[in-house]
Write a protein that binds this ligand. Structure first.
Ligand SMILES: Nc1ncnc2c1ncn2[C@@H]1O[C@H](COP(=O)(O)OP(=O)(O)OP(=O)(O)O)[C@@H](O)[C@H]1O
Length: 449
C-alpha cells in the first residue's frame, strides 16, 4: 500500500521515500456522515448495534501455471490440504459438479483442481495463475482497471472467469531492486499460510520471467487512511473507528498466535494505508511484503535479528535501535494506529508546529496532561460517550507505545481492552441518545406551551 509516511528498509536504516496516493479504489461509498448532534448520536447507536462482519463470499476461479511450484509452496499446500480436508472435499465435489468452465479452482485458498481439456488433472496445491488468465482478468492491464500504486508496483482490479473480483498486484520491473523479489516471496509465502476474515484473502500468484504478480481478494472501499482523510466527503464516526481497531487487533492477534504450523507471524507494516475497508466498513489487513516469522519460543529465542523494515512514524523505536524484532513491534505500530484513529492525523505531520509534528508524542503528552479529548479528530463531535472512549483508547495507546517491548500488552490483550471500550461506548451512546431525545421532547412541549 502507499505509505502515508516513509518506508524503512535497511540495516543502515536508510530512508526510502514512497509516493503519495494517486488513485482511489472504486466502488460506492457507504461511510456514515456526521451531521447534527442528535443525528450523529442516533447514528452512532444504530451503527453500534448493526455493525457486524459479513464473511467474504466463497469464491472459485480458474487455472494453474505450466511449471512446477517451488518445493516450499508444495509443502505448504500439503499442510493446507491436511488442515482443510473437509472443506476441500466439499468444494472439490461442488467444482466437479458445476463443470461450467474448462478449469476450476476450489473455493478454499490453495486447493485447486482442474478439468482442463477434460483429461488433465493438475496436482492440487498449485497456486499459480497463467499470464493469459491475468491478461483476461485485467483486460490487458487496462489503465481503467488500475486501482493503486505502491512501492511494490501497480495494483489492478480484475475479474476472474467465474466473476470473482480480485486485486492484481503487479511488481515493478526493476531488475536492480532486489527488495522487490524478497517482498514478493515474503508476500506469497505469508499469504499462503493465513486465513482470517480480517486479512485479505490470497487467490494465487504468478512468477514468469520478469513478471511477479500477486492475486488477492478485492476489497472495495479504499484504505483506512483515505477514509480518515474523508476523501469521499464522508466522516468515519467513532463507532466505525472502534470496530476497525478491533478488526485489526483480531487480525494481528491471529498472526501472532497462529499455531497451525510453526512460528507466529510478525506483520511489520501495520499502518492505516495497509488496512482496506469492506462495504460495511470492516477492516482487512493487507500487504505482507515485510512480514516475518517470529522467533521459535520453544527454543528459548525471544526475538529475531533482522534488518529494519516498516514505515516511518509506525516503527518500534526498540527494534530500530537493536534490530531485534518481536510481535511487540506490531503492537507499537498498532498504538500509532490507535492515535491516528482518534485524531485523524498522520503519524508524522511535517507542516504542523514543532511540538505537534510527531502525532503520538503530541497526543500522549495531551493525554498525560489530562487533556486527551483535545486530540479528538475535529470532524468528530464531543459527547460523554465519545469523551470516555477517547480517554480509554489513548490509555491503551500509551501502553502500546511503551519504549520497550516488556511494557507493551500483547495484541490479544489489546483486543480484549477494546471490546470493553466498545461495550461501554455503545451503552453510553444509547443513554446519550435517550437524554437527547427527552431534552428535545421537553423543548417541543415548552414551545407548544
Ligand atoms: N486487495 C485490494 N483491494 C482493493 N484495493 C487494493 C488492494 N490492494 C491494494 N489496493 C489499492 O492499491 C494501493 C496500493 O497497494 P499496494 O499493496 O500495492 O501498495 P504497496 O506496493 O504494498 O505499497 P507500499 O509498499 O508502499 O506500502 C492501495 O493503497 C489500495 O488503494
Amino acid at each position: 500500500m502507499k505509505s502515508p509516511g516513509t518506508h524503512w528498509s535497511s540495516k543502515k536504516q536508510s530512508l526510502e521515500e514512497r509516493s503519495d496516493f494517486s488513485s482511489v479504489s472504486s466502488s460506492s461509498s457507504t461511510s456514515r456522515k456526521s451531521t447534527s448532534g442528535f443525528k450523529t448520536a442516533a447514528k452512532s447507536v444504530a451503527v453500534a448495534f448493526t455493525s457486524c462482519f459479513t464473511p467474504p463470499e466463497t469464491k472459485s476461479s480458474s487455472s494453474f501455471g505450466e511449471s512446477e511450484p517451488p518445493s516450499w509452496l508444495r509443502q505448504l499446500s500439503t499442510m493446507i490440504k491436511i488442515i482443510h480436508t473437509f472443506p476441500f472435499l466439499v468444494s472439490f465435489m461442488s467444482d466437479v459438479s458445476s463443470a461450467g468452465s474448462d478449469r476450476k479452482r476450489s473455493s478454499r485458498r490453495g486447493i485447486y483442481t482442474s478439468s482442463y481439456n477434460s483429461t488433465q488433472t493438475t496436482e492440487p496445491g498449485t497456486l499459480k495463475f497463467t499470464m493469459p488468465e491475468i491478461y483476461k482478468a485485467t483486460k490487458n492491464f487496462a489503465p481503467s482497471f488500475k486501482i493503486g500504486q505502491g512501492g511494490f508496483g501497480t495494483v489492478y482490479k480484475g475479474r476472474l472467469d467465474d466473476g470473482t473480483l480480485v486485486a492484481v498486484k503487479r511488481a515493478k520491473k526493476n531488475v536492480y531492486d532486489k527488495h522487490l523479489g524478497v517482498e514478493f516471496q515474503s508476500e506469497i509465502k505469508m499469504l499462503a499460510r493465513v486465513e482470517h476474515l480480517n486479512l485479505v484473502r490470497f487467490h494465487g500468484y504468478l512468477e514468469h520471467e520478469d513478471e511477479k504478480i500477486v492475486v488477492v481478494e478485492y476489497v472495495p472501499n479504499g484504505t483506512l487512511r483515505e477514509r480518515l482523510d474523508c476523501l469521499d466527503g464522508n466522516i468515519l464516526d467513532l463507532a466505525a473507528r472502534l470496530d476497525i481497531a478491533i478488526d485489526v487487533a483480531h487480525a494481528v492477534t491471529y498472526l501472532h498466535m497462529y499455531t497451525g504450523t510453526d512460528h507466529p507471524i510478525i506483520h511489520r507494516d501495520i499502518k492505516s494505508s495497509n488496512i482496506l475497508l469492506t462495504e460495511n466498513l470492516r477492516a482487512k489487513v493487507a500487504d505482507f511484503g515485510f512480514a516475518r516469522l517470529a522467533a521459535d519460543s520453544d527454543t528459548g529465542a525471544t526475538h529475531v535479528s533482522t534488518q529494519v523494515k516498516g514505515t516511518a512514524g509506525y516503527l518500534d523505536p526498540e527494534y530500530l535501535r537493536t534490530y531485534q524484532l518481536t510481535e511487540k513491534s506490531d503492537v507499537y505500530s498498532f498504538g500509532v494506529l490507535l492515535v491516528e484513529l482518534v485524531s485523524g492525523r498522520r503519524p508524522i505531520e511535517p507542516k504542523r508546529e514543532l511540538k505537534e509534528r510527531i502525532t503520538t508524542r503530541w497526543a500522549m503528552k495531551k493525554f498525560t496532561d489530562g487533556e486527551g479529548i483535545l486530540t479528538l479528530d475535529p470532524m468528530l463531535l464531543r459527547n460523554p460517550s465519545t469523551n470516555l472512549a477517547v480517554e480509554k483508547i489513548l490509555e491503551l495507546a500509551l501502553q502500546c507505545l511503551a519504549p520497550t517491548r516488556q511494557g507493551r500488552p500483547s495484541m490479544r490483550r489489546c483486543a480484549e481492552i477494546l471490546w470493553g471500550v466498545r461495550k461501554d461506548f455503545r451503552e453510553l451512546s444509547a443513554s446519550d441518545l435517550r437524554s437527547l431525545s427527552s431534552l428535545s421532547q421537553r423543548s417541543i412541549s415548552i414551545i407548544e406551551d
